[in-house]
Write a protein that binds this ligand. Structure first.
Ligand code: ZN
Length: 291
């Protein structure tokens, strides 16, 4: 809590400054609705991955394929990590995705990669919960605000060691998929897309809150891989995240991932996203001086 302080005489003037959207987001590559409609027209299923409750699985999605995260049994939140399949150093950048789109993503939004790649890793092509919008509490679905439940924060707040947080589930899944040790894999686990999670900020305190996810069996979030992806998805121990997480108290359900291959005709002329074009000199000359 901040100490009460006297307002300056021009407080109202200072507060009246006009909000400006931080980036010229109208210059982002447009969502080509006709292209993605073609991609979604009758793709061939090529694989299914079942994510057990309180666990995670990693899976590969070739560039130009769709992957669909499906609620199959009961309300369940999923924590998603994405990496460049050929370079774990390029991974999903939750914070920049938030700045370029919004606190929550839906159809047409991109999941952007970390610097210096900064390119679309995936595009949301269908969101069966798009109807939810923003509720009376200011909450929405599929957030890029929260990080992931993790055993360190849980230990900090409760003194209890719990090994099935999404962070740990993602560590195990990545280690299994890559052959890295758990310690090595942990360094690559990053802030997630909170699939199906319903969250917002309290109006008075601006603290992050969650509420029971509106997801039901049959709902899905579908994405198009803009580059070759290695992904990992955790079925959060919080279940629908309507009460708690980081323990075994909540009803927890599996999730399913379906991978689908669009027709060759739909992908004609399409190319994977290119890495960012910045020359990367950061103002440093080749001789080590400032430019
Ligand atoms: Zn979690």
């Amino acid at each position: 809590m901040s100490e009460p302080t006297a307002e300056p005489a021009d407080a109202a003037t200072r507060r009246a400054a006009r909000p400006v959207v931080c980036y010229t987001v109208d210059r982002l590559p447009p969502f080509d609705a006709a292209f993605y409609a073609g991609v979604r027209a009758g793709p061939s299923p090529i694989g299914t991955i079942d994510i057990p409750p309180r666990d995670a699985r990693a899976f590969r999605v070739p560039a130009g394929h769709l992957f669909r995260i499906v609620c199959v049994d009961g309300p369940q939140v999923g924590d998603l990590n994405l990496w460049n399949a050929d370079d774990l150093g390029e991974r999903f950048f939750s914070g920049k995705t938030r700045q370029l789109h919004a606190t929550h993503v839906t159809t047409g939004d991109r999941l952007w990669s970390s610097l210096p790649g900064l390119r679309p890793m995936a595009t949301v092509t269908h969101d069966s919960l798009a109807w939810y919008g923003w509720d009376e509490d200011g909450a929405g679905v599929h957030d890029v605000i929260g990080t992931r439940c993790d055993p360190y924060t849980n230990h900090l707040l409760t003194g209890v060691d719990y090994d099935r947080c999404c962070h740990s589930n993602l560590v195990r899944a990545l280690a299994t998929a890559t052959g890295l040790s758990p310690d090595e894999a942990e360094a690559h686990v990053h802030d997630v897309l909170n699939v199906f999670m319903c969250t917002g900020f309290e109006r008075d305190t601006h603290r992050y809150f969650m509420k029971a996810s509106p997801v039901r069996p049959g709902d899905c979030l579908e994405l198009f891989a803009e580059i070759d992806l290695l992904a990992a998805l955790s079925a959060c121990p919080g279940g629908d995240c309507g009460a708690g997480h980081s323990d075994d108290a909540a009803a927890c359900h599996p999730l399913r991932v379906e991978i689908l291959r669009p027709s060759a005709k739909a992908l004609a002329g399409w190319r994977p996203a290119s890495r960012n074009g910045y020359a990367g000199r950061h103002g440093v000359s080749m001789k080590g001086g400032r430019q």
